[in-house]
Structures are given as structure tokens and as C-alpha cells.
Design a protein. Structure first.
Length: 757
DNA sequence: CGTGGCATAGTTTTT
DNA sequence: CTATGCCACG
């Protein structure tokens, strides 16, 4: 085959350079996946490398799946032996095989964020720390960063020096790790950390994988953290055939420990590195690309490169500012409808998951099918977690968290005090909670509860026996519906029926139960397809698969639907038409990053904006709202600084006439809530490069107000009322007024323009 | 032992 | 505003 036919010179160079360290700086839409897949094909077909010796690491399972598919279609045979995987699944596979060297059992559980939180809460309680002062989240993030930096408990303790607060954190870290180990469980960060640990303590295992993975490729390299870096460096330490692909401008996971230094310093770390820049963009129109470049060039400390394209100019970038956030959502939905394209062409992106709600509501009211990526995770739903905890208990009885979650679900009359007694006993015996349940009868003071616990234990044992029989390939004789082979599907069904989970669910209400049972059905389908797709399906394998899914992995693009998702989830994807919603200072960039004294925080937001812009192929629309509800109160925002960074001649701000139209039509539906847009004419216009929008909405805070609590005032729309309170906020005075006809309203003084009577 | 009501905290982003 | 968590009561 002619591998290089469809590639440009730079791409071809990257594909053919197969030996030694290679850094590919690939701008957005520059065809990096094509380079990677062709490179794999080249290794196999031109250089005669055994596919078995190739490892490609991606960020999400979705990306891995796509790469696998493309390699399959490119390579005649053997492509199946190429190991394409995410960091996390790679590590799980390695650990399942060798973790016993680290003192864990190979049926370990994987804890997600919820599990971590529960465990952390227990730890804080156990250490008798004030839960007001030591909250789970901050503690988790301290520990997570430590693990991402490969700092173990011992080093952490040393580094804490005499610092009291850090010493406490060290206590928590130690206790948390001990608890995980006791439960034979690893959290997400551990998966990487422990694999590095394994490689460091066991030279044989390391060498085995070094021999195995002679050619390594890493996608999205800009988002690797120290632990992941070390993992790769160890693996590539013998043959040195390491090819990383990334774009420093698209590094958006600093909060998760990603170290942009990994890509910026790659050349120094790996002497003899060949650097290839891919700067031609094949994805977007020139206008979109110019806008992206205009935004990102405000960042300092980036590798110099300029994306260019041979594509046509395309339409201008659109910007629209609405009054209320729901008008913004409606505006987007109507705009999509007006274009008359396939719904799958559209993506609406936003900074925070909370923003999806309004968009969903509007999609529903306009009858537009949508697909929501992220948000409340399927696997976080109560009923799904319940069933998964049954499965986890069956797979790994040492997972106390799982056992404790389900021991009284459905209700078995095992209450908090009985559970407490078992916990106490297990603690004294230095054994697991489940083991405590097994010996419930011999625990003093258990009373009637002992029998109930026994019942639970024998149920679990029964399930475990069936599962073991299935895993060993023995056909289950009894309880087989027709001639279907017993498997995970059957196991979940049995759990549902035999524990009484289904009947309890049905007892509690029609609608609710129906929805939950549908979710469980979806889980059963998942289990069935897992079993069908895998050579050697196992309970642990299934649990892994469900715990390592990213939100985008569950994105189903088979149906013609609009996609709603966060900017983070959108990384690596592309759509013909993209809306960037909520372009407001304080939301995007987030107020956290604005307040931060670390200037690189805002740069990370800017990179996120760059990622968002470059998702669009043909048409990009940015939208903002002046008012948005958050935490129960209205927030007023000006247009995002990122919008201002785009030169005015690239932007189409809606003409005043068109805006009036849009408002008029949206009013029809929301008349009662509508707040006349004209009242929001700027009080003060502070000069901006781009006329028509930008800095127009700068509120001039008055030094004092002429009215106070108790005074009668008049409002342009709400009529007369009595001032209840005046709060002196940072940006403006906030006034609460009880209107005679409209009730109590809170408003900002400079906007409301209240007139004293 | 279970439930229902109230209080409080929380919003970045996720494998 | 909404989700979660805790406490008091039945």
C-alpha cells in the first residue's frame, strides 16, 4: 500500500520517522490521528514491526476505539494485536496480572470519585478530625495531586516538615491509603501510581513490558501528568521509540495534574528528539481559524506556531448577547432550527455542566432530539451503583464500601447499629467488613440481626458460586431460562429478583420505579454486549469496563441528534456547526481563574476557549447572557474577555433590527418572564476595540443611593413599591423592593434605575 | 429501625 | 435553587 499518498510532507515525515524519540506538535485539526494511524500502519507493513510490539495510548476509550478502527482498515492483518488503550485501562491490565507483587489481590476494586468521597469521609471520622475543618473534597484533591506527582505517603510526610496542617494531611493520606489497601481497592490515581510503583520495584516485570512495547505512541501528550510521564518514560527506557503527539495550546487538564512542561521540555528530556510541527489545519474555515489564533496568541509561554488553512473564508464568527440565560438557550435552539441541517451537525458547548439544563429544557420544548454528554453519569445513579456494588461484593469481598452500601438494600432489617457492631468487630480482628458478616453469629450482642446478616451472606455466596461456575465455563444447570447460557446478564437478573430489589423498587412508586428499572435494563444490555464482545468475559472485566468509561465514551453518534457537552468533553471532536454558549466573564473564564493570583489559570481557560473554537468546521456562534441564575440569585455579567480578543472584522454581531426581531419572537413564549432588553443599555460605555459588544456592559456603581429601606420608589416596569433592603455589593448596590403589584424583586441599583418618590 | 423534614453548602473542568 | 446530609420523631 502507498502509505504516504494522502499525506502532506510534514505528515509524511512524521509517519516515516519511526526510530527514536519523536515530538509531533500537532495543531488543532492538522490530521494527527491520520498521522498516528498511518504511522502504525507504516511500522507494521513497511518496517516489518510485529503489531504485538506496538502500544498506542489515547485519552478516552472513544478515541482508542476510533484509532483501532482506522488502523484495522489501514492494515491488512495483525492490526488486532496492536495495543490501543487509555492510560487507565493499560494500567488495569498490567496490574490485574502483577499487582500481587505490591501486596494487593488481583481482583482489586476500582473506586470512582463517589467511592473515594465515602471512604474519605470515613477516614476523617476515624482520625477524629473536625469535619467542618477537614472536608472530603479538598483532602481528596491534595492526595490526588500528590499521587499525580508520584509522592507517596512517606515522602509526603517528610515534605510536610513541621507544618501542622500538612502533617494532618499526611495523616489523612496514610489512613486513606491504608483503608484502600484494606478494601483491596485502588482509586483512579492509584492505577497509574501503582503501575509506576510496580515497574520500579520489579525489574523483571518492567523488562517484560519494555520488550513487549518496543514502539510507543501517546496521543494528547500535553495533558499527561507526572505519573503518566514517568510511566511512559519507564516503558520507553530501553528502546527509546517514543512518539508523542500533542498541542500545548490544547492543554486543559491542569486541575487534574497535567503538566504542560511534559510537552514543553520533551526535547531536553529525550535527547536526540526529532520535532515535527503540523501547522496546516484541514478542519475549519479561515475565519474560524483566524478567530482561534487571535484568542490563543494572548497566551505567553507557548511553543511558537501558527495554524493556517487552505480552506475558504466561510461566514463570519457570530456573536449574540441575550438578556436572560433562557433567552440565550432559546436563541441557540431557534438558530439551529432555522438552518435546516441534520441535527448531528450541531454541538452546543459550555463551560460548566450546570449550563446544560436550560439548553435541555429548550430542546425539549422545541422538540429537538439531543444527546447530553456528561452531567449526571449513568453509573452514578443510585440503582446502577446498587447493582454494581452487588457485583463488586461478589467479585471482591474485601471491598467494604460496596458491601456496606448493599447490605441493607433492599431492606433486610439490618440497621446502623448492627452494621456498627460488625465494623467494630472486623476492626478488632483486622479483617474485612464482609468477613465480619460471615462471622456475625459469633459477634457478641448481635441478637436477631445475626440471622439477617447470615441470610445476606449466603445470598452473596450463592451468587459468587454461580458466577464462578460461569467464569470457569461450566454451564449452569438450574435456573437457566430456556437454553440461554448463564452469564452476567443472568447474574444481574438473579440479583434483581432474588434479593427482592425489583419488588422493593416497584413497591415505592410507578414512574420512579419504571425509570430505574429501565436504567437497570440498560445495564443488563451493557453486560450482554460486554459478554458478546469479549473472548473471555469475566465479572471483573465487566466492572473495569464500566468504571473506566469517560463521558464521551458513552456518546452514541448513531442517531441524528444535537450534542450538548462541556468544552472539556469536546476535546478531540469536531462538528460542522458549533455554539459556544455562556461567553461571560466570571463564567468563562471562570471567576476562579479571574480571581486567582496565578496568571496561568486564565491562560488555561483561554486554551479551553481555543479548543472550543477549533471544534467548528464551518460555522461558529458565540453567545452570552447578561443575566443568569446561579445559586438561586441572578448574576449579571459582561461579555467574556475572550470574545473581545477576536478582531471585530471577523465577527458578525447581530444587527439591531435582527436583534429586535429575535427578541420579539422569543417574547411570544416568555412574555411573562421577559425583561425588556432595552433597559439594559449600558450605563457607561468604556471604550472597546469592537463596537457593538464587548465592554459595553460595564456597570458604574453609584457612590451612594438616594433611597434606603422603607422608602417608596418607582420602577419602569414593575411600578411603585417599598424598598425592603439595600445591600452594598462589590460591583453594585443590591436592592430588594416589595412592589405593590409584582411582589418582592431583587435588583441592582444601576440597572433598575429606581426613582425615589 | 425507618422516615420525613429542615439545614447547609455548593459550581469549574474528569480518567 | 437543589442536592445532600443530619437529626428528631414515630
Amino acid at each position: 500500500m502507498e502509505i504516504s499518498d494522502t499525506l502532506n510532507p510534514k505528515q509524511r515525515e512524521a509517519v516515516l520517522h519511526t526510530e527514536g524519540p519523536l515530538l509531533i506538535l500537532a495543531g488543532a485539526g492538522s490530521g494527527k490521528t491520520r498521522v498516528l494511524t498511518h504511522r502504525i500502519a507504516c511500522l507494521i507493513e513497511e518496517k516489518g514491526v510485529n503489531p504485538w510490539n506496538i502500544l498506542a495510548i489515547t485519552f478516552t476509550n472513544k478515541a482508542a476505539g476510533e484509532m483501532r478502527e482506522r488502523v484495522d482498515s489501514l492494515v491488512k492483518s495483525g492490526a488486532g494485536s496492536v495495543w490501543v488503550s487509555t492510560f487507565h485501562s493499560l494500567c488495569v491490565r498490567i496490574l490485574r496480572r502483577f499487582i500481587e507483587y505490591l501486596g494487593y489481590e488481583n481482583n482489586f476494586s476500582i473506586y470512582d470519585a463517589d467511592d473515594q468521597k465515602t471512604l474519605m469521609k470515613q477516614v476523617i471520622k476515624k482520625l477524629n478530625l473536625d469535619p467542618k475543618q477537614y472536608r472530603e473534597r479538598p483532602m481528596m484533591s491534595i492526595i490526588s495531586s500528590a499521587k499525580n506527582e508520584l509522592i507517596d505517603t512517606e515522602t509526603f510526610r517528610k515534605k510536610s516538615g513541621g507544618d501542622w496542617k500538612l502533617g494532618k494531611a499526611a495523616d489523612v493520606y496514610e489512613a486513606y491509603q491504608a483503608e484502600l489497601k484494606k478494601n483491596n481497592a485502588l482509586d483512579f490515581d492509584d492505577l497509574i501510581f501503582k503501575t509506576v510503583d510496580l515497574f520500579r520495584v520489579n525489574a523483571e516485570v518492567l523488562d517484560y513490558y519494555r520488550e513487549r512495547f518496543r514502539y510507543i505512541m501517546v496521543d494528547e501528550y500535553q495533558d499527561t501528568n507526572t505519573a503518566q510521564f514517568e510511566l511512559i518514560a519507564l516503558l520507553a527506557g530501553k528502546y527509546g521509540n517514543l512518539c508523542v503527539v500533542g498541542d500545548d495550546d490544547q492543554s486543559i487538564y491542569k486541575f487534574r495534574g497535567a503538566d504542560i512542561g511534559n510537552i514543553l521540555n520533551f526535547e531536553e528530556t529525550f535527547p536526540g528528539t526529532k520535532v515535527i510541527k503540523l501547522e496546516q489545519n484541514y478542519r475549519s474555515t479561515a475565519h474560524i481559524l483566524d478567530a482561534a489564533n487571535a484568542v490563543i496568541c494572548n497566551n505567553k509561554g507557548r511553543k511558537q506556531k501558527t495554524l493556517w488553512t487552505a480552506n475558504e473564508d466561510g461566514p463570519l464568527v457570530m456573536f449574540r448577547q441575550y438578556g436572560q440565560a433562557y433567552e440565550e438557550a432559546e436563541g441557540i435552539v431557534r438558530d439551529m432550527l432555522a438552518q435546516g441541517r441534520n441535527l448531528r451537525d450541531f454541538a452546543v458547548l459550555y463551560r460548566t455542566n450546570a449550563q446544560s439544563r436550560l439548553l435541555e429544557e429548550k430542546c425539549i420544548s422545541y422538540n429537538i432530539p439531543y444527546r447530553l454528554v456528561g452531567g449526571v453519569n449513568f453509573y452514578q445513579r443510585r440503582e446502577i451503583k446498587d447493582i454494581l456494588c452487588y457485583l463488586k461484593t461478589i467479585a471482591n469481598g474485601r471491598d467494604d464500601l460496596a458491601v456496606q452500601r448493599i447490605i441493607n438494600v433492599p431492606k433486610r432489617g439490618i440497621g446502623a447499629s448492627s452494621i456498627g457492631k460488625v465494623m467494630e468487630w472486623a476492626g478488632r480482628q483486622e479483617t474485612s467488613f464482609y468477613e465480619g458478616c460471615v462471622h456475625a453469629a459469633s459477634i457478641p450482642g448481635m441478637g436477631k440481626a445475626a440471622g439477617k446478616i447470615q441470610g445476606f451472606v449466603s445470598q452473596i455466596q450463592d451468587f459468587a458460586r454461580r458466577n464462578q461456575a460461569w467464569e470457569l465455563g461450566i454451564r449452569q444447570e438450574e435456573d437457566v431460562p430456556q437454553n440461554r447460557r448463564y452469564g452476567l446478564e443472568g447474574l444481574i437478573r438473579d440479583i434483581l429478583e432474588e434479593t427482592g430489589y425489583r419488588s422493593e423498587l416497584q413497591a415505592e412508586g410507578e414512574e420512579e420505579a419504571k425509570a430505574r428499572l429501565e436504567n437497570i435494563d440498560e445495564l443488563i444490555n451493557k453486560a450482554a454486549s460486554y459478554c458478546a464482545e469479549n473472548e473471555e468475559p469475566s465479572l471483573n472485566g465487566f466492572l473495569e469496563e464500566v468504571s473506566l468509561v469517560a463521558d464521551v465514551d458513552r456518546m452514541d453518534d448513531s442517531q441524528d441528534r444535537v450534542t450538548l457537552m462541556t468544552l472539556h468533553s469536546a476535546k478531540g471532536l469536531e462538528f460542522p456547526v458549533v455554539y459556544l454558549s455562556g461567553m461571560e466573564d466570571g463564567l468563562f473564564p471562570s471567576s476562579m481563574s479571574i480571581m486567582s493570583d496565578d496568571p496561568t489559570d486564565i491562560e488555561e481557560e483561554r486554551r479551553l476557549c481555543y479548543v472550543g473554537i477549533t471544534r467548528a468546521r464551518e460555522r461558529l456562534t458565540m453567545t452570552a447572557a447578561r443575566m443568569r441564575m446561579s445559586k438561586g440569585e441572578t448574576r449579571y455579567s459582561k461579555v467574556s474577555r475572550f470574545v473581545e480578543e477576536i478582531p471585530g472584522d471577523l465577527v458578525d454581531t447581530m444587527s439591531p433590527g435582527a436583534r429586535a426581531n429575535a427578541n420579539a419572537s422569543s417574547n411570544a413564549r416568555y412574555e411573562e418572564k421577559k425583561f425588556d432588553g432595552r433597559q439594559f443599555k449600558p450605563q457607561t460605555v468604556v471604550g472597546g476595540r469592537t463596537p457593538g459588544f464587548g465592554k459595553e456592559f460595564t456597570i458604574q456603581k453609584a457612590s451612594a443611593l438616594e433611597y434606603g429601606a422603607g422608602d417608596r420608589v418607582r420602577h419602569g416596569r414593575f411600578g411603585d413599591g417599598t424598598v425592603q433592603s439595600v445591600t452594598d455589593g462589590a460591583r453594585d448596590f443590591e436592592v430588594a423592593v416589595e412592589f405593590d403589584r409584582f411582589g418582592v424583586k431583587k435588583m441592582f441599583a444601576s440597572i433598575a434605575k429606581l426613582e425615589k418618590l
